[in-house]
Design a protein around this ligand. Structure first.
Ligand SMILES: Cc1ncc(COP(=O)(O)O)c(C=O)c1O
Length: 389
């Protein structure tokens, strides 16, 4: 019997991952410093934890409605209006087990087998498997360093045909740390309207934006309401990845379809987590500002240290907590380079190809790691690279 027997083709065709192997090696060695994390190193702010503990004592251990608690959806609607200029009611929002589940539900709701979603490549590692698991067809749009890793609207338009259903965008972007500017968003909005497509706008890192950059939600642009589903998350903003709360906002009929599907899989985001999320939105946002300040301090360190390493270049990260340096001058693949850093410098980084084939020649460094550890990681990286050159 082969291991494949009985396993669906859908599963067998999912892309493989080298990172699992690299992670395993790193876990076995206590000296390794990880610049790999895709989640905040901060613990959830204390007042949110305290509130959840109280609610647990009060017996909030039951299911919630599949669409999410009404009080939370109302608070999200307020937040979307105030922060993102997106005008939706609580009926046009679904609360899910993280924004990743929301993206999955939206794909299930809108994409038939063989229909196409255009996804940024390199992009968040769940995008391609998510489309392929519903037997949709992912069409990668290469993001290039020359375009500042922004989506090039002309290239997007060239990829559209009569099977295209959705354009997925992600700003601020994982893994590049780069953002889509207003002009690009406006051009994408025109293209989507003309071809009557939907946009999935993944804004998981909306609150971690630096310098003079501004996060703009494409759902706030004129005429976009019927075309855009916006995905946001509590995971990064409030350092709550393990609570599993995120949400999507968009046209009511689509949110209703997603709610039906949600009922059959996750059923609801954990009730306690939804209450914690409500507390996060209602109380002071100083905790978010504080985390952003610390990420920015680390980001500046990463930019400075990268500039000092011969052979590495990097576009400045504008948002998220990632940098995506170019390592092409070393003549190694991304995986080989990550292996090299792990073996020689004992520093874990993520090969760019984990985010799609157009990530070749790059590595992702996360600065969701303590400042001192980042400093030490760069001392080690610089040391081994100087010996190499
Ligand atoms: C771009 C992007 N979108 C979505 C997610 C999923 O976040 P969550 O499901 O925790 O909300 C992540 C997580 O790393 C991400 O990087």
């Amino acid at each position: 019997m082969t291991i494949e027997r009985g396993i669906s083709e859908r599963f067998l065709e999912l892309p493989g991952s080298e990172f699992a192997r690299i992670m395993k090696t790193a876990e076995e060695d206590k000296k390794v410093i990880s610049l790999g994390p895709g989640e905040p190193d901060f613990t959830t702010p204390k007042h949110i934890i305290q509130f959840a503990k109280k609610k647990l004592d009060q017996g909030y251990t039951h299911y919630s409605p599949p669409q999410g608690r009404l009080d939370l959806r109302e608070a999200i609607a307020k937040k979307l209006k105030k922060d993102n200029k997106i005008d939706v009611s609580a009926d046009e929002i679904i609360v899910t087990c993280g924004s990743q589940e929301a993206l999955f539900l939206a794909t299930l709701a809108l994409v038939d087998p063989g229909e196409k979603i255009i996804v940024p490549n390199p992009g968040f590692l769940a995008y391609i498997p998510m489309v392929e698991s519903v037997t949709g067809t992912q069409v990668s749009i290469p993001l290039s360093e020359e375009d500042g890793f922004e989506l090039n609207p002309d290239k997007v338009e060239e990829l559209i045909d009569n099977r295209t259903q959705v354009l997925l965008i992600n700003t601020p972007g994982n893994p590049t740390g780069r953002m889509l500017k207003k002009k690009v968003l406006e051009e994408l909005a025109d293209i989507v309207t003309e071809h009557d497509l939907k946009i999935f706008s993944d804004e998981a890192y909306e609150k971690f934006v630096y310098d003079n950059n501004k996060h703009i939600s494409i759902g706030s642009l004129n005429g976009m309401k019927e075309h855009v589903i916006t995905f946001q998350s509590f995971s990064k903003t409030y350092a709550m990845p393990g609570w599993r709360v995120g949400y999507a906002a968009g046209p009511k009929e689509i949110i209703q379809c997603m709610t039906r599907l949600h009922l059959y899989c996750g059923l609801c985001s954990p009730t306690l987590s939804q209450l914690a999320a409500l507390e996060a939105l209602k109380k002071s946002q100083k905790c978010v500002r504080d985390m952003k300040k610390e990420y920015d301090r680390r980001r500046k360190l990463v930019i400075k240290r990268l500039k000092q390493i011969p052979g590495i270049t990097c576009l400045n990260p504008e948002g998220t907590f990632y940098a995506f340096p170019n390592i092409k001058s070393f003549g190694m693949s991304s995986v080989k380079f990550a292996d090299f850093l792990l073996k020689k410098a004992k520093v874990l980084v993520v090969p760019g190809t984990e985010f799609g084939k157009y990530g070749e020649g790059y590595i992702r460094l996360s600065y969701a790691t303590a400042y001192e550890k980042i400093e030490e990681a760069f001392n080690r990286i610089e040391n081994v690279i100087r010996k190499l050159k």
